[in-house]
Design a protein around this ligand. Structure first.
Ligand SMILES: Cc1ncc(COP(=O)(O)O)c(C=O)c1O
Length: 393
């Protein structure tokens, strides 16, 4: 039997969501067709938009369905950047942080390389908290040049939560658009779009019990973006292509369920997670919890195991039937140190030695105990293997 403790990577699809998805897949019709079959699917799509809008706390026409978090981030970042620079050529500066997901870092670096954008990566402290003073000073000095700010709501590796309202309050003094990657936060903590002051917010279905391959970019009605795709002009002209009504329905249902259960489930998972942290710290003296505990996602525990490689630990835990994640950058099969920990000022060996445990709907105290029981053997093996390929201190 395996124990899945990697809910931040993806979540099991809820049975009722799967049923809804399959049922809707059986319905024939293109939502853009004017005949009855098309209009039936259009109605399903619009119901999904309405339902998702209520979970996000936004207007229904602010929901732009996409193929997931990565696409939403690309649309927000490139779309806002291009629109801003088209309107004023001075607006060439993007502000973000080094702890962002690669689905934010990479489109920004792409704009830097291909569009001559200037980028400033804000500093975070060793707890992962953003340097708001740096942001404030930067805006005071260079607000005229800022095309957009993109900062994640919750970090997918460490679970550290950013005060997004504080970011939008600072930016609003200069009418600078703010995008937030809320993929790791939505459905787990409160993320009201209306209250956030955001211009755009990315969310993804498979992090909340929905299917992989569907997400949304929530775009404020007043916001202007350039579309990345051109074709049929669907989704307010921001996402051309036949809309995926079955996936939208499934996403909307999964989101409703997640929001309905949010308070009870986050309290349950937080208690379970706190028990896991104290048990790990009692049994593994080389375990160091990363990040500030007071502003961490309720289902996330992220440790550095000194002297170990996260990859070895992951492998040795997997052999014992425990599925966790290193949370480190793993691109095209090449594992590297966690760029998030590096941005938090951790050493390279530390950034290689982390394990992320994320709990979810099926997690129990038995799962926590199984992880805690498996960890000493995994540490013993990982210490023997040592850390290879660190390249530096
Ligand atoms: C914070 C964050 N942003 C974006 C993504 C990408 O989302 P998707 O898998 O839907 O493309 C992920 C997924 O791991 C994530 O955790």
């Amino acid at each position: 039997m395996t124990i899945y403790l990697d809910y931040a990577a993806t979540t099991p699809i809820r049975p009722e969501v799967l049923e809804c998805y399959v049922e809707n897949l059986k319905t024939l019709g293109n939502p853009s067709s004017v005949h009855s079959a098309g209009q039936k699917v259009r109605r399903a799509l619009e119901e999904a938009r309405e339902e998702l809008a209520s979970s996000v706390n936004c207007d229904r026409n602010e929901v732009i369905f996409t193929a997931g978090g990565t696409e939403s981030n690309n649309l927000a970042i490139k779309g806002l950047f291009w629109k801003q620079r088209d309107s004023d050529s001075k607006k060439n500066l993007i502000i973000s942080a080094g702890t962002e997901h690669h689905a934010v870092i990479d489109p920004i670096e792409w704009l830097e390389q291909h569009e001559g954008a200037e980028v400033i990566w804000l500093k975070v402290n060793s707890d992962g908290a953003l340097d708001f003073q740096e942001l404030e000073t930067l805006l005071e000095l260079r607000s005229q040049e800022v095309a957009l700010i993109s900062l994640m709501w919750a970090n997918n590796e460490t679970g550290i939560i950013t005060d997004i309202k504080k970011v939008t309050e600072l930016a609003s003094n200069y009418s600078i658009p703010v995008h937030s990657d809320a993929v790791a936060a939505f459905g787990h903590i409160e993320t009201s779009f209306k209250n956030s002051g955001l211009t755009a917010m990315s969310i993804s279905a498979h992090k909340v019990g929905g299917p992989v391959g569907v997400g949304a970019l929530i775009v404020a009605r007043s916001a202007k973006l350039v579309s990345l795709t051109h074709g049929g002009g669907q989704e307010r002209g921001l996402r051309a292509g036949t809309m995926n009504a079955p996936a939208a329905k499934a996403f909307a249902l999964a989101a409703s369920k997640a929001i309905e259960e949010l308070h009870a489930e986050s309290a349950r998972l937080q208690a379970l997670r706190d028990s896991l942290i104290s048990k790990v710290q009692a049994s593994a003296p080389n375990a160091k919890l990363t990040g500030g505990a007071s502003f961490r996602m309720p289902h996330n525990a992220h440790f550095i195991f000194e002297g170990c490689s996260g990859d070895s630990l992951l492998f040795l835990l997997d052999q014992q039937g425990i599925e966790v994640s290193t949370g480190s950058a793993c691109q095209a099969g090449v594992n590297g140190p966690s760029h998030v920990l590096v941005a938090m000022g951790r050493s390279i060996p530390e950034a290689y030695g982390c394990i992320r445990v994320t709990l979810g709907s099926d997690s129990t105290e038995d799962d926590v105990n199984a992880f805690v029981n498996a960890i000493p053997k995994a540490i013993e093996g990982a210490l023997k293997a040592g850390i290879v390929n660190t390249g530096a201190n």
